[in-house]
Every structure is written in structure tokens, then in C-alpha cells.
Design a binder for this molecule. Sequence first.
Ligand SMILES: *Cc1c(COP(=O)(O)O)cnc(C)c1O
Length: 431
Amino acid sequence: MKFYSLNRNSAPVSFREAVLRGIAPDRGLYFPENIESLPASFIANLIAHSNAELAFHAMQQFTREDIPDEVLMEMVHEVLQFDFPLVSLTNEIAVLELFHGPTMAFKDVGARFMAQCMGYFASSGSKETTVLVATSGDTGGAVARGFLGVEGVKVVILYPSGKVSNIQEKQLTTLGQNITALEVNGTFDDCQQMVKNAFLDPDLTTKLQLTSANSINVARWLPQQFYYFIACKALEERSQPLVFSVPSGNFGNLCAGMVAQRLGLPIEHFIAATNINDTIPKFMKTGDYFAQPSSPTISNAMDVGDPSNFVRILELVDHDFDRLRKIFSSYSYTDKETRNAMKEIYKISGYVADPHGAVGYLGLKRFLQDHPEYYGVFLETAHPVKFLDVVEDTLGFKQSLPKQIADITKKEKKAIAVDSYKDVKEYLLLS
Ligand SMILES: *Cc1c(COP(=O)(O)O)cnc(C)c1O
């Protein structure tokens, strides 16, 4: 299987090369040349398979030429070392918990799969790779943990000083080994700009094999299908049509769900629930796409004004707006509505949702009003303690810290302070 660039100005590449490059030379995102459905008999009997087997079948057509089957099986087994419980809240709504991994956010799955791929490619002859990633919070921690100790791969994470939560900072800065954190005197946008500069800097690209670990990387994007396979397995007995509501920022998670639908999962509809960063809800209303600068919210992992994976969603429907509207809706919510939803969820079910999950709940509720025949699942993308201040302030009671979080808050922070791109470049050339 080859992957082509959505800018259509560079040659198609193998899975391996798409992973190692991250983005195509023409700056386009990579996209699979074709997507084949799995046999109907397989889809009708998900329940007969372990989560790792489902994950294997979700990925195999994409990786087959570059990763032997038995290696892929080991990889997905290694990635899926934790659970993805589907918790029923009401008669028509369930929540899929994606936060049982080591950093308690859903990005663990993609980061761990990508790390497995890079480790395998390094062991089979690639030169040492440097993964360079900017983070506003969750990505950095998941990538750091996923890549910890992977031979042949160095990870350099840029984060904005004073703008990530205390827990998130500890997750980035306390691991050591092959993980280095650069603490940038600036904003998340500054961090992203520095990463972009590095990718375009021939002084670096001639010396180092650089790649990104954002959801533009196919090895982080495609394994997110696993959540939907695992959820559909748990829902196999239900006869109602299924709708999934996905709290969305860069739209990697939702777009992976649409790939899983293409592979044959019985999902009728997707809802992209956003905060006030509403580029896509507006696009669905008007058909016009206007990127906007991001605005800060309490669901900050979704503060994205120009979602990078949306082009992949358009490609999946051949840029046909009517086709998109049949399977996809998008709604946006304010922080006030989000806090009220957190209270409402707690009141109706005793469930504590984080602000991202609460946005997903609102999108789902809106859809079910007009479509009562559906059964709905919203994704809970992070554990509520990752957004401790907002959750405690909104619900008015204390949360207890899970062990993996409590342990990390005691560890010592190690980060290198950087002021400008020049400092980043110097670090990369000398390290
Ligand atoms: C990254 C993230 C999102 C957004 O996911 P996308 O795939 O970028 O749409 C939502 N919630 C949380 C907690 C996240 O960390």
C-alpha cells in the first residue's frame, strides 16, 4: 500500500517512508491510496476477537508491505496493554473511556503505536531518528512515555513555559533517557513555529533524520481506529443505528473513526463536537472554510483554529459536501455550556466527565434530540484529573489522584530553557 500526498506534488511512498517523513516534501499530509473493507463475516463477529486481533486487522492493509504480520501482532499487543471501557450513562448514551493508558489521555494509543513502528524501523536499518514535537499539553506527555527507551530514536519536546498544567509539565520533564524537554519562553504557536522552522532548515535536515509525532503522522493517526473497533465489539448486540460524538481539535481521532467506518464498522454517523474554536461547525453551515487564530478555552486540547486532519476527512468523501453531511455533523459549545454539561452529566448519572468529554456529550445530546432512534457514544478523551482545577471548581468537590499521576508529581523536573529558534537549532546540532 502506498501513501500519496494530499498536495499531490510529491511521489507516493511506502508506509515506512510516510512514518519516517511525517509530512510529504510538498508539505501535504499522507493518505492511503485505497481503503479496503474487511469481510462482512469478520465485522459481524467482532466479539470472537481479542482487542489486539481487531487492531491487527484494522492496520494490516496499511502496513503489510513494511511490517511482517507477526511483528504487527506483537506491536498491537504491546500498545493495547490497558482497557477501553464502555460505560452506560442512560438508556441511549454511553461513554467510551480512552484514558486508561500511562498518561491518561487517548493520545497514548497513537503515540505508543508510532513508537513501536519507529523502534522496528530503526532495528531494521534506518539511521537514528529525532522526533521533534511541539505540545500544548497532552501530546508531549503521550509521546514522551510512548517513546521512552526506544532504541535508535531521540525525542525532543518543545512546550510553552508556564502554559501547560503542572501534571502535564511533570509528564514531559521527568522521564530522562532518550527524552529531552525544551521549555520555550513563548506560546504554543511559537513552539509550533520553531518545529516548522527546523523541518525546513537544510542545516538540520541534511544532518539529522527528523520526523514529527503529531497526528499528521500516519502511524499516530491510523491506530486511533482501534477505539471504534473495540466500542463496536462491545455494542455488537444492539440493533439501533450508532452515532459517535468525538471531542475534536485537529480531527485526527474523528478521521480515524471514519476510516474504521470505511473498513466496515456499522457506524451511521459522526459528530465533531468543538469548543468555541468553531472553524468546522461554521464550514458545515456555510460550506466556506475560514481558518482562524485559536482562542483559549477550558477544553484546551481542542483550541485549534485550522484543524490539520480535516483535509483527510474531505478526501475520504471525495470532497463531496453532500456525502459528508450524510455521515458527519459538527456543533460548537462555550465554556459555560461545557461546565453546565459537566454538572448535568454528574446529576443524571453520577459520572465525572472532563471538559473535553463534556463537549462530546453536548454534541451527542443535540443530535439525539432530532434522531431519537439512535444509540449514542461520546468519547472521553482524558481523565478528569488531567484538568483538575476546572473539574473541582465546576463540580465543587475534590478528586483523588490516580497512582500514575500521584507518583509523577513527586519527580524532579528537568528541562532546557530556550528563547529562540537559534537555541533550538544549536541544541539539535550539538546533541
Ligand atoms: C488531543 C485531544 C483532543 C483532540 O483530538 P484530535 O484528534 O486532535 O481532534 C481532545 N481531547 C483531548 C483530551 C486531547 O488531548
